[in-house]
Design a binder for this molecule. Structure first.
Ligand code: ZN
Length: 348
């Protein structure tokens, strides 16, 4: 999932004809109504930022195109924002709170300060579809703190029932790069796929294994028959030649059947954003120095006023949200699974 899909989804829902452009961007045919709202011509090509660690905003004809999409997405609820200035959580003893909830397996940490700040959170709901010989559909939600890139686990579930109590405009929305947040949110969604479709994938693997085993048994028996015949009439050169060519054909057929089975169970997962919501909150941020050996760096860990929990950091390898992790040599956060599979060269 990426920015391109998001824009395609928004525009298509409003009757625009969207096609891939040769340049890798999108060629769009805008209906009259949308031309007026967005102040664009009938046919336009959007050049999209190339994928990379930090995607810039999508600037189109000198304007941020995401911002100009707002009139399209706001009324339909596809993208909306809400502020909750009344939500506060003043933790009395941040140091003990930190000690109780943060664990660094191979390092230490210490609180260096706290700061109250406004943070915006991007909540994105995704539809995920896994297709092989059968198809399943799931919904998934990601949340990211757009200023600290931390993840407040469970925020979406807590906040959505409270949406009618939101106070628009009472908290000034901090600067945030929506396209970058969407990219991060997409990474999180992709990371959760394997977990979400765990049973589906396991079942697929099991059936593939079963089919491959049956094929193997069937073709082994077939080859066995031919060899038996060959042994009986081994002195007849004509029979010998025929048996050998039969064996060869059986082998080719076997490999083709294996390929067919693999194709039958080949998994394809598509992730499509359904709607996005931006929440603005006043947050206590714990400034924490994390250290491994002699190296240290600073991270910001917000105490989320809605979930009343520390927000998690993201594993730099698999994008899993963690508060119990290890540090790599260059002080990157790694979840236990990624850290244990790192190359032995850096082991310590
Ligand atoms: Zn990881």
């Amino acid at each position: 999932m990426e920015l391109k899909t998001f824009i395609e989804t928004v525009l298509s829902r409003h009757g625009c004809l969207v096609e891939d452009a040769d340049s890798g961007g999108l060629q769009v045919l805008f209906p009259q109504r949308i031309q007026e709202i967005l102040a664009v011509s009938e046919m336009d090509t959007l050049s999209l930022p190339a994928g990379g660690v930090k995607a810039p905003s999508l600037v189109h004809r000198g304007r941020d195109f995401i911002e100009t999409l707002e009139p399209l997405v706001l009324p339909s609820g596809l993208f909306s924002s809400a502020a909750f200035p009344q939500m506060r959580y003043d933790v009395r003893d941040p140091e003990s709170h930190l000690a109780a909830h943060l664990t660094i397996q191979n390092g230490i940490f210490r609180l260096t300060g706290t700061e109250k700040r406004t943070c915006s959170y991007l909540i994105v709901h995704y539809r995920m579809i896994a297709t092989a010989d059968t198809r399943v559909e799931r919904l998934a939600t990601t949340v990211i703190n757009e200023q600290t890139q931390t993840v407040p686990e469970g925020l979406a579930g807590h906040i959505e029932p409270l949406l009618d109590r939101a106070q628009k405009g009472d908290l000034e929305q901090p600067a945030a790069d929506l396209s970058l947040s969407l990219q991060r949110s997409g990474q999180q969604a992709s990371a959760s796929c394997r977990r979400i479709f765990q049973d589906f994938i396991r079942n697929l693997d099991k059936r593939l294994e079963r089919d491959l085993k049956r094929l193997q048994e069937y073709y082994q028996a077939l080859a066995g028959e031919i060899e038996k015949r060959l042994q009986k009439k081994g002195d007849n050169p004509e029979e010998q030649r025929r048996a050998l060519s039969q064996l060869e054909a059986t082998k080719t057929d076997y490999f083709k059947k294996i390929q067919d089975a693999k194709e039958k169970y080949a998994l394809e997962i598509t992730i499509e954003p359904v709607c996005a919501l931006r929440i603005v909150l006043m947050v206590d941020i714990l400034e924490v120095a994390i250290q491994r050996r002699k190296n240290s760096r600073r991270v910001e860990l917000p105490l989320n006023p809605v979930t009343r929990r520390l927000e998690s950091l993201l594993c730099t390898k698999c994008h899993e949200a963690v508060l119990n992790f290890s540090l790599s040599d260059d002080l990157q956060v790694q979840c236990p699974a990624c850290f244990s599979t790192r190359p032995a060269m850096t082991a310590s």
